[in-house]
Design a protein around this ligand. Structure first.
Ligand SMILES: Cc1cc2nc3c(=O)[nH]c(=O)nc-3n(C[C@H](O)[C@H](O)[C@H](O)COP(=O)(O)OP(=O)(O)OC[C@H]3O[C@@H](n4cnc5c(N)ncnc54)[C@H](O)[C@@H]3O)c2cc1C
Length: 398
C-alpha cells in the first residue's frame, strides 16, 4: 500500500459525476484518493437529469439527501405529445413511489454536479491535468499527466467518460496479449446526437407555468422528422431541454465525419450546437404563452452553455485488469432516456438498463417497434402498469 494506514490509495481519472461520486464515497470512508480532471474549470453544462430510487438511498448514506431534495422537482407525470401537440396518455410515476418508497426528481445537471463537488475537498481534485498514460510495476500503479506529473497509487479508476483514455490504455495492453474480447475491440456505435441546455430562471409573472409544483416534463415526438424533444421544469424556475436527432446509417456517418473534421473530441462543442439550434428552433412545445417553440427556450439561455453531444450506446465486457478499473460511461454508456459497479454485482443491472434504454430510444424514433412501445405505454391500464413494476422492478425504476 502506498500509505501508512493500510488503506489503498485510489487515483481517479475524471471529475464527471461518476468520478466525483466515487470521491465523495471514499471521503466518507476515509480512504485516500486523488482526482485528475483534464478540464481547467467546471462549466454549468447539460440539461436536466432524473434522480430516483436507484440513487437516493446512496444520497441518504452520504448524508446529502436533505440538501438534494430542494434542488429537485418531483416528477409525477411525463406526458408524450404528437408534433401537433395532441397528447398521448401521460406516464404516471406514482406507481414508482408506491413500489420503491422514493420519488423521482428532475434536477438540473449543473446543480447536481455542484452538490457532489461540494462533498470532495478542493485539494483532492486536480483540474487541468489530463491523464496520458498508466503503468503498473511492483504492486503499484502510476498515472502520467500532461504537465509531466507522475502520481503513484494502488488502484486507478477510469471515470473518464465514453472516450476513456484509461480504457484505451488498458485495452491496448490486453489486445497485445490477445486477451481482449472481440466486442471490446469495436468502436462505440452511436445512434443519436443530442442538444442540451437550460434557460435562465424565468419570471413567474411572465411565464406562470413555472409556478407548477411538480415537474412539467413533456416529450414531443416529431412527425416527419427524425427528432424527439423533451423539456423539463427545474426547481429553480428554468426550463432544461434535451433535443434528440435519431440518426440512420447515413446521417450517423455524416455526423461522425463532422466530428472528426471539427476535431471535436470534447463532445460538448459550441459550433455544432449553434447549427442544431438553428435547425430545431421552430419545433413546437406545449408550454403555452411565450414558450411555443424550442427557439423561445434557446433565446432565454446563455448561448455558450448550450451543447451538443453524440450519444453512444455500448456496454463493454472488460471492466478491469490488474490495478485498473473502469466506472460510469467509461464502461457502459447509455442513452439519456434510459439512465443508470462491481462487475458481478452491477453488470446484470447495467445490461437491463442498456436494453431498457435501447427500447426507450427506439420508441422515441420513428420505427415499427417504437410505435408498438408507444401504443403499450399510452394504453396500458394502471393495474397492469403496477403489476409490471412489481414483476420487472429493474426495468422500471431506472
Ligand atoms: C459537460 C457534461 C454535460 C452533460 N450533460 C448531460 C445531460 O444534459 N444529460 C445527460 O443525460 N447526460 C449528460 N452528461 C453525461 C452524464 O453526466 C454522464 O453520462 C454520467 O454522469 C456518467 O458520467 P461519467 O462521470 O462516467 O462520465 P462523464 O460525465 O463523461 O465525465 C468524464 C470526465 O472525465 C474527464 N476526462 C476525460 N478524459 C480525461 C483524461 N484523459 N484525463 C483526465 N480527465 C479526463 C472529462 O473531462 C469529464 O469531466 C453530461 C456530461 C458532461 C461531461
Amino acid at each position: 500500500m502506498s500509505n501508512t494506514n493500510d488503506k489503498p490509495t485510489v487515483l481517479i481519472v475524471g471529475a464527471g459525476l461518476g468520478g466525483l461520486m466515487l470521491g465523495a464515497l471514499l471521503e466518507k470512508q476515509g480512504i485516500p484518493y486523488t482526482i485528475f480532471e483534464r478540464a481547467t474549470t467546471v462549466k454549468p453544462l447539460g440539461s436536466g437529469m432524473a434522480v430516483g430510487p436507484t440513487l437516493l438511498p446512496v444520497f441518504q448514506q452520504l448524508g446529502i439527501y436533505d440538501a438534494f431534495i430542494p434542488l429537485g422537482k418531483r416528477i409525477v407525470l411525463t406526458p408524450f405529445y404528437k408534433e401537433s401537440l395532441e397528447s398521448y396518455r401521460p406516464t404516471d410515476h406514482i406507481a414508482i413511489e408506491e413500489f420503491t418508497g422514493y420519488s423521482q426528481y428532475l434536477v438540473a445537471r449543473p446543480d447536481l454536479y455542484d452538490l457532489i463537488l461540494k462533498q470532495v475537498p478542493a485539494h483532492k481534485i486536480h483540474f487541468g491535468k489530463r491523464v496520458l498514460n498508466i503503468t503498473e510495476e511492483d504492486n503499484k500503479v502510476t498515472v502520467y499527466t500532461n504537465d509531466n506529473g507522475m502520481h503513484v497509487g494502488d488502484i486507478v479508476v477510469g471515470a473518464d467518460g465514453a472516450y476513456s483514455a484509461v480504457r484505451q490504455r488498458m485495452y491496448d495492453r490486453l489486445k497485445a496479449r490477445g486477451e481482449l474480447p472481440k466486442g471490446d475491440q469495436e468502436d462505440l456505435p452511436f445512434s443519436c446526437t443530442c442538444l442540451v441546455g437550460q434557460t435562465r430562471a424565468l419570471d413567474p409573472v411572465k411565464y406562470p407555468i413555472i409556478k407548477e409544483d411538480t415537474c412539467v416534463f413533456p416529450t414531443v415526438l416529431g412527425k416527419d422528422k427524425p427528432f424527439s424533444w423533451s423539456i423539463m421544469l427545474t426547481a429553480q424556475g428554468s426550463f432544461a431541454w434535451c433535443v434528440i436527432h435519431h440518426l440512420n446509417e447515413q446521417t450517423s456517418k455524416a455526423a461522425m465525419e463532422q466530428r472528426f473534421r471539427n476535431n471535436d473530441n470534447a463532445e460538448w462543442g459550441a459550433y455544432p450546437a449553434q447549427v442544431m439550434c438553428d435547425e430545431t428552433r421552430n419545433f413546437p412545445i406545449p408550454l403555452g404563452e411565450g414558450l411555443s417553440t424550442l427557439g423561445d427556450l434557446y433565446d432565454l439561455a446563455q448561448k455558450d452553455l448550450i451543447s451538443k453531444v453524440m450519444l453512444e450506446e455500448k456496454v463493454f465486457q472488460t471492466w478491469y485488469s490488474g490495478r485498473v478499473v473502469l466506472l460510469g460511461d467509461a464502461c457502459h454508456k447509455l442513452h439519456p432516456s434510459g439512465g443508470h459497479e462491481y462487475q458481478t454485482e452491477r453488470l446484470p443491472a447495467v445490461q437491463v438498463s442498456f436494453k431498457n434504454s435501447q427500447l426507450m430510444s427506439k420508441f422515441m424514433e420513428k420505427s415499427f417497434i417504437g410505435a408498438i412501445i408507444l401504443f403499450l405505454i399510452t394504453h396500458m391500464p394502471m393495474w397492469l402498469w403496477r403489476l409490471a413494476r412489481h414483476r420487472y422492478p429493474d426495468h422500471l425504476t431506472k
